[in-house]
Design a protein around this ligand. Structure first.
Ligand SMILES: Cc1ncc(COP(=O)(O)O)c(C=O)c1O
Length: 396
């Protein structure tokens, strides 16, 4: 079998079930509850709380971890900027740790150098589908009393030393945006083993309602119809996932292994196409990790070959296209111009966002070629991998 359907009958049936319920208030949250239960089971987690996207998840994860103004949160700069948006949404100060030159993920050594008395949490991004050195990062976090939040938007069912990514930090965040391994168009999920964190996560994502909790995302009729009911026991946000999105996401969880295996098969084809070329050096997957291959990413090692020349040649030969890695977060205009809707005034003094703070990431980012792996027809992926091999040959 070399072709799969990304969205099929499972998703349609669940969506129809939601539509048939007619959005009656009494029927609300039913599908989301089913999704949360299925996701928790798939990720060996006690609690799963669904969100409208994978940026809101990061914001609430930090709020639940007690992060606020004056606190510093260590993040990598080589990632989608939403990782850092979460920190700014929580009124905290992002501090950028550099990445590893071979695996491209956040470096434990660099994290250690970024710690100050104000550090409260680390957001670990499993970039492109690969886990960083969780054992070392967790040891550092334990020593300094820091929360570890996994940003696993790009890593579904990846492994680190036999453990499923998502179960290694205090809280793990996933995104169901359309480019991700599983999707509901938009959407997200937080998972945790901690009852205390799960309860806060639910309340903060659900307008601070008193009677929502770890496995309960809806206020009861009795509460709503009681004039003396004290609804809001804390500030919160309305970051809930809709039942329609939950219906699609539930269908996706039901064949998540297949969706991930296809990405991994594509990643493997690209890896084989690169072979032992001196021109390209792909993201290194350590022997004790399983890469979920949200994308296949490689560095152009030969300085004489420009990024745009490589891409042009690949496309001229019939390639689908090559993405660049995002600009480093602190090099984006919202940092350069401090257009942060007032959060800039809350940043701690003495934290630098100048070029030079993360030299490895700065050197890597302009040289990274990012190939999509979301082919649901492996023949199509093979054509693309062969074109990559042809492009390499042209430049060698
Ligand atoms: C690493 C990372 N973190 C966070 C996000 C934000 O997720 P969302 O688009 O669902 O808000 C994304 C991608 O979209 C991402 O790639």
């Amino acid at each position: 079998m070399s072709v799969i359907e990304r969205i099929g009958e499972r998703e349609r049936l669940h969506v129809n079930e939601v539509l048939d319920m007619g959005f009656r208030a009494s029927a609300g949250y039913k599908m989301t509850k089913r999704l949360e239960e299925a996701f928790a089971e798939k990720f060996d987690s006690k609690y799963a709380i669904a969100f409208c996207n994978g940026t809101a998840t990061l914001h609430v994860a930090l709020e639940a971890a007690g992060v606020g103004q004056g606190d510093e949160v260590i993040v990598p700069p080589l990632t989608m900027s939403a990782t850092t948006f979460g920190v700014l949404h929580a009124n905290a100060t992002p501090v950028f740790a550099d990445v590893d030159p071979e695996t491209f993920v956040i470096s434990a050594d660099s994290i250690e150098r970024c710690i100050t008395p104000r550090t409260k949490a680390i957001i670990v991004v499993t970039l492109f589908g690969l886990a960083p050195d969780f054992d070392r990062i967790n040891a550092i976090a334990k020593k300094h009393g820091l929360a570890v939040i996994e940003d696993d938007a790009q890593c579904f069912l990846g492994k680190y030393k036999g453990k499923t990514v998502g179960t290694l930090g205090d809280i793990a965040s996933f995104s169901f945006q359309s480019s991700k391994h599983m999707t509901s168009g938009e959407g997200g999920m937080l998972i945790t083993q901690s009852e205390e964190l799960a309860d806060k996560i639910r309340k903060y994502s659900c307008l601070g309602y008193a009677s929502v909790g770890t496995k309960q995302g809806k206020i009861s009729k009795d509460d709503i119809q009681n004039p003396n009911y004290n609804r809001h026991i804390s500030l919160g946000w309305n970051y809930r996932m809709s039942d329609v999105c939950s219906a699609v996401a539930l269908g996706q969880v039901e064949h998540l292994e297949e969706l991930v295996e296809y990405r991994q098969a594509c990643g493997k084809m690209f890896l084989e196409a690169v072979g032992d070329s001196k021109l390209l050096v792909p993201q290194k997957t350590p022997a004790d990790c399983v890469n979920a291959y949200w994308a296949f990413v490689t560095r152009i090692a030969d300085e004489s070959v420009s990024w745009s020349d490589f891409r042009s040649k690949y496309m001229e030969l019939g390639g689908d296209g090559i993405y660049s890695a995002w600009k480093l977060t602190y090099q984006e205009p919202f940092f350069r111009n401090m257009t942060m809707l007032g959060r800039d005034k809350l940043l701690n003094d003495g934290v630098s966002y100048e070029d030079g703070i993360c030299p490895v990431a700065e050197a890597l980012q302009p040289r990274l070629l990012q190939f999509k792996t979301n082919y649901f027809d492996l023949e199509e992926a093979k054509v693309q991998a062969d074109l990559l091999a042809k492009t390499i040959k042209y430049f060698e």
